[in-house]
Design a protein around this ligand. Structure first.
Ligand SMILES: *Cc1c(COP(=O)(O)O)cnc(C)c1O
Length: 496
């Protein structure tokens, strides 16, 4: 019997391919594996494998209704020359910490790790389930998901993709990357609101049964490329396993030795993947959850209360400017003892009152996690000091994590070998990064693309292709809308 997925809010179950196609369960819940499978290869064995091979060893345990051939072909299509390094996710040491660089894909953010494979998984899942309708990917983005999803789905036959981003909530390079996206099946829309507005709007469209029927009559069905899709979560488990196996095979750690993992967190997808890796038997000690000034997760880990009723702060790490961390629902489900009723009740409270509180028993099950946050000044300071000490330049999101990790080490004295998830190339946030290194760059008349040249010079790293191509790429998308006009935009694009 294969592994089934269960909704976090009811007894609804689905096979992996069905869960990937649907994205979200009809009851509004997220699909979670009914049990977390154990690794069936040792880290030593995995240490001899390529990224693709490790991907197969991990993903086969979760996507059990995919044949070996199907899965291997999805993996081969995803992790190819699109990545600018053979290692796919290389580890770089700086100040005795391992930075796991997850930004070597097409759009230079970690979203590529999952979104380069999701289209393949989805097309395969559609075939397996005899879906004849065209799949319409509907996505809310805080900046990086949108571009990575469009890059993955552009001109994929049988799909369309619509991306909503907060018009004033992304970096200028992020916006440029999105509005220059080619492909006859893509649509990008800037909404007058923040990321949570975009995400809430998308969720609403997903759960509109009338719209669903109308879509079906027109030959369409919605799916999601957001990190609530297990087709994104599962590929993210791979790089934690790969990183551990590499550290072991290179003699950086010993057999069975634990590592701590620090993850700059927004929607809680990346760190949840690390949690799953730990549950699979990977020797991970602490899961250090790093937030920026939108510290709702830090407060949750400190108090057991999740409260989104607070000011939304725009920071220099926009992909983490989130007050409703969708994937936290999966963790809530697991720490409640896989209790869909409790989870549904807490999520109802979140939606109605904007907050909920977990029980003492649930809190005890969070002991593997450490929550921390870094303000803007600490984040900038970390970018500068790391550059001055080592010459290595990290982006603002990674700097939030590195800063929180420093605090963790100071507070606890824990010297366990540490991996920090490095989630974006500094070139994607060149303005913030360069200003952090030298405030002079803020004053002088520097445009964003000249700043990437300066960054290349001082860091001695070539400007990535993804940034180079922005110089000449024409703007193809200019649609903006109010947050209550999202449905109208979708209707217009699909000619409903
Ligand atoms: C999306 C993103 C994050 C947050 O990841 P989650 O899985 O949403 O927690 C962090 N950094 C960057 C650069 C991102 O694009």
């Amino acid at each position: 019997m294969g592994l089934l997925y269960k909704s976090t809010r009811s007894s609804r179950t689905a096979a992996a391919s069905e869960a990937i196609l649907k994205g979200l369960s009809e009851d509004g819940g997220l699909f979670v594996p009914e049990r977390i499978p154990a690794l069936d290869k040792t880290p030593r064995e995995l240490g001899k494998m390529s990224y693709r091979e490790v991907a197969y060893e991990v993903m086969k345990l979760y996507l059990t209704d995919f044949t070996e051939e199907e899965l291997k072909s999805c993996i081969a299509g995803a992790y190819d020359e699109k990545f600018d390094t053979e290692a796919v996710a290389p580890l770089v040491e700086a100040e005795g910490v391992w930075f796991l660089e997850l930004f070597h894909g097409k759009t230079i953010a970690f979203k590529d790790m999952a979104l380069s494979i999701l289209p393949y998984l989805m097309i395969t899942a559609a075939k397996k389930n005899h879906v004849e309708k065209e799949i319409v990917i509907l996505t809310a983005t805080s900046g990086d998901t949108g571009k990575a999803a469009m890059a993955g789905f552009a001109d994929v036959p049988g799909t369309k993709i619509i991306v909503f981003y907060p018009k004033n909530g992304v970096s200028s390079i992020q916006e440029r990357q999105m509005v220059t996206q080619k492909g006859g099946n893509v649509k990008v829309v800037g909404i007058h609101g923040n990321f949570d507005d975009a995400q809430t709007g998308v969720k609403k469209l997903f759960s509109d049964r009338e719209l669903e029927q109308e879509l079906a009559r027109a030959g369409y069905q919605f799916s999601s490329a957001n990190s609530i899709n297990i087709g994104r979560l599962v590929p993210q488990i791979v790089y934690y396993v790969y990183a551990y196996a590499r550290l072991l095979s290179e003699g950086r750690i010993g057999d069975g030795e634990q590592i701590n993992v620090t993850v700059p967190t927004g929607n809680f997808g990346n760190i949840l993947a690390a949690y799953y890796a730990k549950q699979m038997g990977l020797p991970i000690g602490k899961l250090i959850c790093a937030s920026n000034e939108n510290r709702v997760l830090f407060d949750f880990f400190s108090t057991g209360e999740y409260d989104k009723n607070r000011e939304f702060i725009l920071t220099s790490s926009p992909s983490m400017d989130i007050l409703i961390s969708s994937n936290l629902e999966r963790l809530i489900y697991h720490i409640s003892g896989d209790d869909a009723e409790t989870t549904a009740r807490l999520m109802e409270q979140l939606s109605v009152k904007g907050h909920y509180e977990i029980t003492e028993e649930m809190r005890e099950r969070l002991s593997d996690f450490y929550g921390g946050y870094a303000g803007e000044q600490e984040t900038f300071e970390k970018i500068r000091s790391l550059y001055e000490d080592t010459g290595y330049v990290i982006d603002t999101h990674t700097a939030v994590a590195a800063s929180v990790y420093d605090r963790y080490r100071e507070e606890t004295g824990d010297r366990t070998p540490a991996v920090i998830a490095s989630t974006a190339s500094p070139f994607k946030f060149a303005r913030s990064v360069m200003t952090a290194i030298d405030p002079g760059y803020a004053e002088a008349d520097w445009d964003d693309l000249s700043l990437t040249d300066e960054l290349s010079r001082i860091a001695n790293v070539e400007v990535p292709e993804a940034v180079k191509e922005l110089r000449s790429a024409p703007v193809l998308h200019t649609t903006e809308c109010e947050k209550d006009e999202m449905e109208a935009v979708v209707r217009q694009f699909l000619k409903l």
